[in-house]
Design a protein around this ligand. Structure first.
Ligand code: LLP
Length: 390
């Protein structure tokens, strides 16, 4: 997209490079196919129908964490046999709707959920296929808000409860165990974490098999990180190394399938938040660039102190630079995209790009301060690796 055509869109808006999305999906699916691995896309990362269409067309399944995500997946063409439903707090209504939709698998996170699912399935005369989400107590070495696989986290069933769970599975006739599910966290960049996960998963699968439980599906979750610092250099995550590692360290028997639930690595780099500078405020110590986008459009920096690369699209002359705290208009001091960000001289009306915002960006938008969402822009073919992706 040319800079001049930006003015036809109301800022702030999400801009998606659909060519980059297609290439990312292609790379992921080609690498997964080498080992016959199955990938379900985690809708929580971005559930925009335009994005979902590309993902369905590329042959991915859907990993959902709410009834509305299941509905959204169905509406956008994912087959029910390709939909899995996870989440630590599924409501009865959500479970009933998913049973009616005949989804392929419920990822169950507690003993009580097993009991409720069994009852609700019995009332419908159905047998629900389930995977047990196990908390493997593996440290993902990522931000503590997005770590999920430690005993202190609310997610999954702890190992000391598994004997009891097997006992219950013998009693509950309307659920059928088909697999085990693990997810230890998000934005994982230290690959050795995945090796530790594989070794733990192998132990759990053997433990179940020793107890005559048939484990057909081994679901290792998502979590593959992206490069927020150099989005142009690493526009596509290293799916080759990622799947190779699982192939190397996971013990998989002939009757078993390996499933992944990737979100961020598939959609983060294709999305950019485009915003306009409303005001420049010069202080004694700090200059502020006040944007028309705020934490309502992209919450990650305020919530996780997450880094997103910020660029001035209107002035690319880097010979003279200044430092700015790049902030939004929301009445919260945490409404800040970056402190002391070096930018070319920036003025009112300049377009600002906040990169790598395709995952957990638009979908975490809020209406705080009665903010209204503008339409997103989807560009079918944009240069992949040019500096701005615009
Ligand atoms: N499977 C389960 C069970 C999950 O909880 C998640 C993410 C995924 C798969 C996908 O993980 P991914 O491949 O995207 O890392 N809002 C945070 C991230 C929260 C992730 C929650 N679970 C952020 O903006 O960093």
């Amino acid at each position: 997209m040319e800079l001049s055509t930006l003015s036809t869109h109301q800022t702030p808006f999400y801009y998606y490079n659909m060519e980059l999305l297609a290439q990312t999906l292609q790379s992921c699916s080609a690498e997964a196919k080498k080992y016959n691995f199955h990938v379900h896309y985690a809708l929580k990362a971005n559930a925009n129908p335009e994005i979902l269409k590309s993902i369905v067309n590329a042959g991915f399944g859907a990993d959902c964490v709410s009834g509305n995500e299941v509905l959204r997946a169905k509406e956008n063409g994912f087959a029910n046999t390709q939909i899995v439903f996870a989440g630590v707090g599924k409501s009865d209504q959500e479970i009933n709707d998913a049973l009616d939709a005949d989804i392929s698998c419920f990822n169950v996170e507690s003993k009580q959920e097993l009991e409720v699912l069994n009852e609700l399935a019995a009332a419908k005369n159905k047998i629900a296929s389930i995977a047990l989400r196990i908390n493997p107590n593996v440290n993902a070495h990522t931000h503590h808000y997005i770590t999920t696989g430690l005993e202190e986290n609310k997610f999954g069933i702890n190992h000391w409860e598994l004997e009891k769970v097997i006992e219950l599975l013998g009693v509950y006739k309307n659920i059928k165990l088909v697999g085990l599910h693990f997810h230890i966290g998000s934005q994982i960049t230290d690959m050795s974490v995945f090796k530790s996960l594989c070794l733990k998963v192998n132990e759990f699968v053997s433990w179940f098999e020793d107890r005559k439980q048939h484990i057909r599906i081994i679901n290792v979750g998502g979590g593959l990180g992206i490069d927020y610092v150099n989005p142009e250099e690493h526009a596509i995550s290293d799916f080759e190394a990622y799947f190779k590692l699982f192939n190397q360290f996971l013990t998989v028997k002939n009757h078993q399938e390996v499933h992944f639930e990737l979100g961020r690595a598939l959609v983060a780099q294709c999305g950019t938040l485009i915003s306009k500078v409303l005001y420049i405020k010069e202080g004694l110590q700090t200059n502020f660039a006040i944007l028309d986008a705020g934490m309502t459009e992209l919450l990650r920096p305020a919530l996780y102190q997450a880094y997103h690369k910020i660029e001035n699209l209107s002035n690319t002359n880097t010979s003279e630079k200044k430092k700015y705290d790049v902030v939004g208009p929301i009445c919260e001091s945490s409404d800040c995209f970056g402190k002391a960000v070096e930018l070319p001289i920036t003025k009112r009306g300049d377009y600002i790009a906040i990169r790598s915002a395709g995952a957990y960006g638009e979908v975490m938008r809020s209406g705080y301060n009665l903010r209204v969402a503008n339409s997103s822009v989807f560009v079918p073919s944009a240069p992949l690796r040019d500096r701005l992706s615009l």
